[in-house]
Design a protein. Structure first.
Length: 432
């Protein structure tokens, strides 16, 4: 399977693949209404347009949807375009198929073959189970309702007016979500406890506000509010414009949206040089996975070449910053005992590996030291598609090293033997 990418493709691609057929196109705006609040059994594919396995599944998925039409509903959600759905349902790879039946809050992972026959058989099995549960009086209807959310404090929602809006929201460095509502609006009343719960959960991370659009129509007009409730997202830092929030309206959906945004704008990890054992402990022994890069000697690359390698590693660190990997580097021979333990460098430099010290395991990157090659390697690591090697030698304590000064390397100074002619040598004595 392909692994969840941290970069969006920029367009969903799903309409071209599924629009107009029996497969329902699912987005954050319609997911709850169509799937969670519907009594029907749903089979949903979470996918990315660029994923080869997803493309292979598409014709089978369409066949299954056509066969199940009127019996079980079949949908597809482009998680590359709608990452909040991926985060909400814990999607780690593409394609992921989940079955929403009975308790819609606890979807079931589909584990069978990816053929139309297998998908239809599994969907019908769950539909039969739901029907039998209903006959036995065990419920099984799909509506998720508003229950289950942590009760929040309404005081954590900041009431905004025309006189304070700019100062509180636009001049603030905080992230804001602002609800525009009307007191008579039924959907707004239903949202209120979810909004308060999210505000309490996100306290200290982001601020949630509310504007009574009937009292402050100038604000509603300013942000193009045409219906209630309307939610606008204002990013942390400079706020050039507001974005429309089109996610789900449960507290969990709102919290997940904010946390995804916080991760999206998080600082990339530091790529640390292995100067001592403390660095290795903090980045590798104390984290689940660390990425170790051993670069060529500075005499082989110069400062320019080394910086190019480090820029490649930094780009990968930024791309996978949500994974909380440790990232460290050294150069050939500087930490030779570590290289020996990890079996790095035998095929030359640069060399890269993913290391899990706690599990005594290492996965070696075999391709070129390019962004594309390393990205593919890390995707396979996350998806578990590479078998790890067991470390044959215990990882040693690292020795202290001198930090690289950013300069080109210098050849060692050799002895100058240019004045040998001036040296007086004693004549050789020979015995007859």
């Amino acid at each position: 399977d392909a692994v969840v990418s941290s970069e969006s493709s920029g367009s969903s691609g799903i309409n071209a693949e599924y629009g107009g057929d029996a497969v329902e196109v699912l987005t954050p705006a319609n997911f709850d209404a169509k799937v969670l609040n519907d009594d029907s059994v749903w089979v949903v594919e979470f996918y990315a347009p660029w994923c080869g396995h997803c493309q292979q599944l598409t014709p089978e998925w369409k066949k299954a949807a056509k066969a199940l039409k009127g019996i079980v509903k079949v949908g597809a959600a482009d998680v590359d375009a709608h990452k909040e759905l991926g985060g909400r349902f814990g999607i780690q790879g593409f394609p992921t198929i989940k079955i929403f039946a009975g308790d819609k809050k606890k979807p079931i992972d589909y584990q069978s073959q990816r053929s139309a026959n297998a998908i239809v058989a599994e969907a019908l099995k769950h539909a039969q189970t739901v029907a039998q549960d209903r006959l036995a009086g065990r419920g099984g209807s799909g509506g998720s309702g508003s229950g289950g959310s942590k009760k929040g404090n309404p005081a954590d929602v900041i009431e905004l007016t025309s006189s304070i809006f700019d100062k509180e929201v636009l001049d603030s460095k905080d992230m804001w979500l602002v609800e525009f509502y009307a007191p008579w609006c039924g959907h707004c009343k239903k949202l209120a406890p979810e909004w308060a719960s999210a505000a309490s959960t996100l306290k200290g991370k982001a601020k949630l506000g509310a504007v009574d659009a009937t009292q402050f129509p100038d604000l509603a007009q300013r942000y193009g509010v045409r219906g209630y409730p309307t939610i606008k997202y204002f990013p942390a830092g400079a706020k050039l414009d507001a974005e429309e929030y089109d996610g789900g309206r449960s507290a969990g959906d709102i919290v997940q949206f904010v946390e995804n945004k916080l991760e999206q704008f998080a600082e990339p990890p530091e790529i640390r040089e292995l100067l001592n054992d403390d660095v290795f402990t903090e980045e590798c022994r104390e984290k689940s996975i660390c990425i170790v890069s051993i670069l060529p000697d500075i005499l082989d690359t110069g400062a320019k070449g080394r910086n190019e390698y480090l820029e490649t590693v930094k780009a990968m660190g930024d791309k996978y910053k949500k994974r909380k990997f440790g990232w460290v580097w050294s150069f050939a021979g500087e930490q030779d005992k570590l290289e020996e333990s990890l079996e790095l460098g035998g095929a030359g430099y640069p060399a890269l590996a993913a290391v899990n010290v706690k599990k005594n395991a290492v996965l070696h990157h075999r391709g070129g030291f390019s962004k594309d090659s390393i990205n593919e390697f890390l995707q396979y690591v996350i998806a578990g598609r590479i078998a790890p090697s067991v470390l044959r030698k215990e990882v040693p304590k690292l020795r202290k090293a001198t930090p690289w000064d950013g300069q080109d390397g210098q050849l060692p100074v050799e002895e100058d033997y240019s004045d040998l002619d001036d040296i007086e040598l004693e004549p050789l004595k020979t015995e007859l």
